[in-house]
Design a protein around this ligand. Sequence first.
Ligand code: NAI
Length: 342
Amino acid sequence: MKKIVKFGIVGLGRLGRAHAENIAFKIPNAKLIAVCSIDEREVEEVQNSWGIEYGYTDYDEMLKNKNLDAIFVSSPSGYHCEQIKKALDAGFHVFSEKPLGLYLEDALEAMEAVNSHNDKIFMLGFMRRYDRSYAYAKKKIEEGHIGKPVLIRCYGLDPAPAMEGFLKFAKNSYSGGLFLDMAIHDIDLARWYMDSEIDKVWAIGGAYEYPEFNELNDAETGAAMAKFKNGTMGIFVAGRNCAHGYHIETEIIGTKGTLRIGTTPDKNLVTVFDDRGINKECAGGFLERFEDAYLQEVKEFVDCVLNNKKPNVTVEDGVLSTIAGYAFKESFETGELVEVKY
Ligand code: NAI
């Protein structure tokens, strides 16, 4: 009989709905049989549009469904840790969106839960590792193409049109701040490419267009310089007010060459020649830029569940990136160079 992983997903928002659609229609060995959200209309809409068998507004009720094999957590970050633990305790494999938790204690609790259910597959959504270009760059490094990586430079800039939505969200909820919420993807990539943990960091930032960030004790745009334990270096730029779009760019300088990923964050291969001159449009947001990566990471998870393999992104990656992210935050808040304590 063909082996299938039957999923229930919690969270049907901006990203959850896209994940749900991938599981329902784009992954051959996966089936979406249950959806859960506190918003009843979302549940009904997805159930009716796609013919999904089970719908829940209560997460604990979904966990009673023994037809499920795996739970996909795409709810707001503050719920991840608790929902991961409950799903593992109920006997399911778990894929969780990043972050593991908003606080280090949560991330550590989630790690403890994952490690005490060693027979279950757990994977965290650091999807950039599954983006074709980022994966290709990793392969080039492993093949020795650029010699030994020496410095990584990362840009993670959210598009300015997302600002209003972000400020509304951040005034009512704790986002973790610029470095933990946004730069966490770059922190994970940097650890992966440089094959080392961050040792020391100095982070700065400010509010330049939106004074609200001062009230939130957060940065609208920030930068950080880091030293890794193996002596290599990192430069991080993160921001939420990028006028031209969603700008994700990474450069890895090695002893024998350099790799650049997304040097210009193009929307596609089209160049527009018109009365404004010669233009290339920019990717508009994460769903557009990482559309394929969101699919590939879940394919990897399904493959791991079916073949009892451990995924490339582990719960430890989530914890170590969170520890580093909190050091970035501490440095930004105190103005001091911070040594990361693991
Ligand atoms: P969202 O706010 O658009 O959607 C949240 C969903 O969860 C909604 O369907 C809401 O009704 C539901 N929900 C809220 N509380 C719930 C509860 N207690 N039980 C069940 N459902 C509940 O959020 P968005 O933007 O989709 O983000 C979800 C997660 O994905 C966040 O943790 C975020 O950090 C992460 N994310 C990751 C990205 C990546 O690049 N990997 C990009 C964007 C978000």
